[in-house]
Design a protein around this ligand. Structure first.
Ligand code: C2E
Ligand code: CA
Ligand code: CA
Length: 744
């Protein structure tokens, strides 16, 4: 614009013949031809260039028309003024300083200058300043030749501005993505990385070396794979390639979040979006904390908070998993013996403590890969892997029972934990979780019925026996009413003399062709509230049998009566028992009450103790049954008038082979003696056991070796046959002499 206006004015001025600037003549001798040539240059220069001349102090001495035109000053206004009249204030001091230094030293200066016109507007000129010299070489002034570059400058500055804006937008973008906690990476249509932040690099530290602008996604991923960045991708090259292909395909496809499990147990969620222009922007978020919390929640929902073992919910799932593997395994259900008593007598904290310790023992006994769960209460389930044959399952069950039986301090008391185990084997005993659980449970039931501290393997016959038991309670009522329940007598002998000393009365109920195990019957009676009634019925049967033997002129000795806690809690029990004995003309001194040690720990301990003292005062002796399986301590027993301890047959079973059991049996015997009690060894089945108990401080023995429990006629024959049953026929036997051997 300015240039056009300037040219128009210039043309007008030169037409009037005023526009030409008389440039100073070049020094030296020039001919007329040369002069003409010079004149044409001068004319051309005048037409296109802004020319000004100053003296050495910068005072304007001459300007051409273009000078006036662009500066809007008239020649008159300019001549005699300092050139600085045109200063725009747009340049630093330094700028003019350099300029002046250059020209005053005789050099030509060239550069762009911004000047200010008379109306205050700015214009840019490409400027060359040439010093003029006098013949002596002294600077006399300066010639400046300028070209209007205002328009170019405007374009340039517009471009610059635009650039600056773009740059700052880009910087802003970088600042923004850098400030994001997420990893951000943008790829162009060819999957080359064009923009990313440091969080992106930090997400994949093992690939950091190759994360750079221009790198392809494929190369980044491959490097990351080689460096083991992805925790869930196997090192196998073919697996890696397949993974890589799938990942790149995902990169192409519609966006859906990808979850990556990285080395160092970190988790990243990646969300990618492809724009219309083909760019892919991926945002990676570290979700490690989330994943860990998720895992914790899942674990917590699977863990029994008390023992730290798995809980009931897990076992079905783990069974289903184990079924998928084609190895055999064993499912063991373990139930603690007399756990309820620990809770009732030592308190719930003690009960919890016991469960924790038992849990730790189980965990410490099996392999790490085996599964242990607490199903609730005192019930545990174990899945033991790679068990193919029954013998392995047996060995493990024995190992677990042994581990359990180490005495432990609970609630300030030494307790010997024990449990019953039921075992079902896969695939032999079932092929579904439900079936295996049901069968292991039947086996457990069987183990409990067999007595404590033992295990049982599932057998198909168990099914029918349990189905039969469903109606046991109902049948029991009928059986009591019809007097179908009897007692059998099992003899006991003195281990020093070998002589018969008494019988224990054991309940017998033949239902059809099968016998209901007494422990089951007692349990059913307790549940049905029939125990007191059944108890008196059994006592009366036993007393009657005893009377009968006496009436035959035989000496049956002491009569052991098993009495359940519920019976002892019954008020007036002692009086009623004594009355019943009196009716049969039996002296209380012939009677012995057998109570389990758990009875003395019963909640209504005081009432029971009173009953026992009453009986004791009347001359009835008291035996502690199944000793060693419960939680009573000997010192605790001092509160009760106990005359005899019956060492549980589970100890006797192994006395000859198991060192621990031998030690326990011997310790019980010597402690009992120091408390003034006698000791009965139960369940003596072999001569070896007999000799052992005889030589290790036991006073009496009972068991199949001596005799099975017998109904009255056989018991009578037994006494007659032995000969020592009758007082008159007593004959001493050598110490520790097994009776079977003596009889042979
Ligand atoms: P218990 O009082 O410990 O009775 C001893 C059990 O051991 C009896 O089982 C007996 O048959 C068995 N036994 C005896 N000698 C041997 C042996 O050498 N080897 C083996 N393996 N076992 C032997 P039974 O008759 O099945 O009685 C089981 C339990 O039922 C009894 O254990 C007792 O706790 C309870 N019980 C039995 N009769 C009565 C009763 O009349 N009243 C009450 N309250 N409980 C009874
Ligand atoms: Ca007994
Ligand atoms: Ca017993």
């Amino acid at each position: 614009m300015r240039r056009h206006a300037a040219s128009a004015q210039f043309r007008a001025a030169s037409d009037q013949g005023l526009g030409s600037l008389e440039l100073p003549a070049f020094s030296g001798d020039t001919g007329s031809e040369a002069r003409n040539e010079l004149d044409s240059y001068r004319a051309a220069l005048n037409r296109h260039a802004i020319v000004g001349i100053t003296d050495r102090a910068g005072t304007i001495t001459e300007v051409n028309d273009l000078f006036c035109e662009i500066s809007q000053y008239s020649r008159v206004e300019l001549i005699g003024r300092k050139h600085s009249i045109l200063n725009s204030g747009m340049h630093e001091r330094q700028f003019f300083w350099t300029l002046w230094r250059t020209i005053s030293s005789g050099e030509t200066w060239h550069g762009d200058i911004c000047n200010r016109a008379k109306d205050g507007s700015l214009y840019w000129v490409d400027t060359t300043i040439v010093p003029r010299h006098d013949p002596a070489g002294k600077i006399t002034g300066y010639v400046s030749i300028r070209y209007d570059i205002t328009q170019r400058k405007q374009v340039e500055s517009a471009l610059l501005e635009e650039n600056r804006k773009r740059q700052s937008a880009e910087n802003l973008l970088r600042d923004v993505i850098e400030a994001l906690p997420n990893g951000v990476a943008a790829f162009d249509a060819n999957d080359r990385l064009i923009l990313f932040n440091s969080a992106y690099r930090e997400l994949y530290p093992r690939a950091a070396a190759v994360i750079a602008e221009g790198a392809s996604l494929r190369s980044i991923l491959r490097h990351a794979l080689e460096q083991g960045q992805f925790a869930d991708v196997a090192a196998d090259p073919s697996v890696r390639e397949a993974w890589l292909a799938a990942r790149l395909k995902e990169h192409l496809g519609p966006s859906r979040p990808i979850i990556q499990h990285l080395s160092g147990d970190r988790w990243v969620q990646v969300q990618e979006r492809r724009s219309a222009s083909g760019h892919v922007v991926g945002v990676g978020t570290d979700i490690t904390e989330l994943k860990r919390a998720e895992r914790r929640i899942k674990e917590q929902s699977e863990i029994d908070p008390l023992t730290g073992l798995y809980n009931r919910r897990v076992i079905g799932d783990r069974l289903a998993r184990a079924l998928k593997a084609d190895h055999g395994f064993a499912l063991l259900l373990l139930d603690l013996d007399s756990f309820k008593l620990v809770n009732d007598t030592l308190g719930h904290d003690a009960g919890d403590d016991l469960l924790i310790k038992v849990g730790a023992r189980l965990r410490g006994t099996v392999r790490r890969t085996d599964v242990i769960a607490r199903l609730g209460g005192d019930e545990f389930a174990l899945i033991l892997r790679n068990i193919e044959v029954e013998a392995d399952a047996r060995r493990m069950a024995e190992k677990l029972l042994r581990a359990l039986a180490v005495p432990v301090r609970i609630g300030g008391r030494n307790v010997v934990p024990s449990g019953s185990i039921g075992i079902a084997l896969y695939p032999r005993d079932g092929t579904t979780p439900t079936e295996l659980m049901k069968h292991a449970d039947l086996a457990l039931y069987q183990a409990k019925a067999q007595g404590r501290r033992t295990f049982a393997l599932y057998r198909p016959e168990m099914r029918s026996s349990v189905e039969r038991l469903a109606g046991v309670t109902q049948a029991l009522r009928v059986a009591i009413a019809r007097d179908r329940i009897d007692v059998a007598l099992q003899p006991q002998v003195d281990l020093r003399s070998g002589r018969h000393v008494g019988f224990e009365a054991l309940a017998r109920w033949e239902r059809g062709t099968t016998r209901v195990p007494p422990s089951e019957m007692i349990a059913a009676a307790e549940e049905a509230g029939l125990i007191v009634q059944l108890g008196y019925h059994l006592i009366d049967k036993a007393l009657a049998a005893h009377r009968d033997l006496l009436d035959e002129g035989l000496e049956p000795g002491r009569l052991g009566l098993n009495v359940a806690a519920a019976q002892l809690r019954e008020p007036g029990f002692a009086r009623r028992l004594l009355a019943m004995a009196k009716r049969r003309r039996l002296r209380p001194g012939w009677l012995e009450i057998e109570v389990t040690e758990n009875v003395v720990l019963d909640r209504s301990g005081e009432a029971i103790a009173t009953t026992l003292r009453e009986l004791d005062a009347a001359g009835v002796s008291i035996a502690l049954d199944d000793f060693g399986t419960g939680y009573a301590s000997l010192s605790h027993l001092k509160r009760f008038p106990v005359h005899r301890l019956k060492i549980d047959r589970s100890f006797i079973r192994n006395v000859a082979t198991d060192c621990d059991d031998a030690i326990i049996a011997r310790a019980i015997a010597s402690l009992a003696h120091s408390l003034g009690m006698e000791v009965v060894a139960e369940g003596v089945e072999t001569e070896e056991q007999y000799r052992f108990v005889a030589s290790h401080g036991c006073d009496f023995a009972q068991g199949y070796l001596i005799s099975m429990p017998m109904f009255l006629p056989e018991a009578r024959a037994y006494l007659v046959g032995r000969g020592d049953g009758a007082i008159v026929a007593a004959k001493p036997a050598g110490p520790a002499q097994p009776p079977a051997a003596a009889a042979a």
